[in-house]
Ligand binder design. Structure first.
Ligand code: ZN
Ligand code: FE
Ligand code: FE
Ligand code: ZN
Length: 278
């Protein structure tokens, strides 16, 4: 029986994802999932990195698009409305108001270091300081209380990926995780990392171990920008979670978290042929 949920995927409204929501839903059924949450890129104030997100005027379209898919898949697959909401210092008020504009099941908070506004604020051409500010912002995003879960929480390893050495960051990461653990906010295991320039899931096994030690709950998401990626590499990702010391995995509904046993979830998924790069 299908048990688990893919909690991170996009729609064409963000201008860099392809396929109708119903195609994502079809792939989820194929993978043995019982639900999906759309988390498309949030609208931001006008002019803020506009070509990677829905515009404010498309917000209602987004809600309607997910609702259309939910109705078409009723009784087959649970389809939920979520949002991948950018965390940016100074725009917390924007995010707070945005999160109240619809009945979201799940709000992912994202520190997107690649954004031009983010680079302008934090990148002084000092690689070390820039990476440090990423983890500082990650912890700060959890402390706002605006988000249910933190997306792809070591995304910064793709910044000059050849210069990323986990050991050098262990202390900084530990300090950030201590702060995050206190908030109770969950963190994501995002399987799209193997397609990024630093080819590894986000976060790495070593960082997952540190999260397990602190009792930080984990939600798994594919971050699909194409239908075929829905549920991709969930089996190796869940096995990696077990290796890191987790026995349970989380999912959100009505912004409330519940847990499932990883071994039961593993039995429920359909093993499909896929490039296992973990
Ligand atoms: Zn995206
Ligand atoms: Fe993201
Ligand atoms: Fe995403
Ligand atoms: Zn993403």
């Amino acid at each position: 029986m299908p048990l688990y949920h893919d909690s991170h995927m996009h729609t064409p409204l963000c201008k860099h994802a392809w396929g109708e929501p119903e195609e994502y839903a079809a792939q989820a059924v194929e993978r043995g999932l019982n639900g999906i949450t759309f988390t498309c890129h949030s609208p931001m104030p006008s002019g803020f990195w506009p070509h990677v997100r829905m515009s404010d005027s498309e917000f209602e379209n987004y809600v309607a698009l997910v609702e259309r898919c939910r109705l078409r898949y009723e009784g087959i697959l649970e389809v939920r409305l979520g949002l991948e909401s950018d965390f940016f210092p100074g725009l917390e008020g924007w995010a707070k108001a945005l999160h109240e504009r619809a009945d979201f099941h799940y709000i992912l908070g994202s520190v997107h270091w690649q954004g031009p506004e983010y680079r302008a604020m934090f990148d002084d051409e000092d690689e070390f300081a820039f990476r440090r500010s990423y983890f500082e912002n990650l912890a700060a995003s959890a402390e706002t209380g605006l988000f249910d879960c933190l997306s792809h929480p070591d995304l910064i390893k793709n910044y000059f990926p050849g210069n990323w050495h986990f050991e050098e960051w262990q202390e900084t990461i530990a300090a950030a995780l201590d702060r995050i653990a206190k908030t109770g906010v969950a963190m994501e295991l995002n399987t799209s990392g193997i397609h990024k320039s630093y080819k590894e899931i986000n976060p790495s096994l070593s960082m997952l171990r540190m999260m397990a030690e602190r009792g930080i709950p984990v939600v798994v998401g594919s971050d699909s920008h194409y239908p075929r990626r829905v549920g991709e590499n969930f089996i190796p990702a869940l096995q990696t979670l077990q290796l890191a010391g987790f026995t349970n995995v989380s999912v959100f509904k009505n912004r409330l978290r519940s847990e499932l046993g990883i071994s039961e979830v593993l039995r429920s998924l359909h093993p499909l042929l896929e490039p296992s790069l973990l």
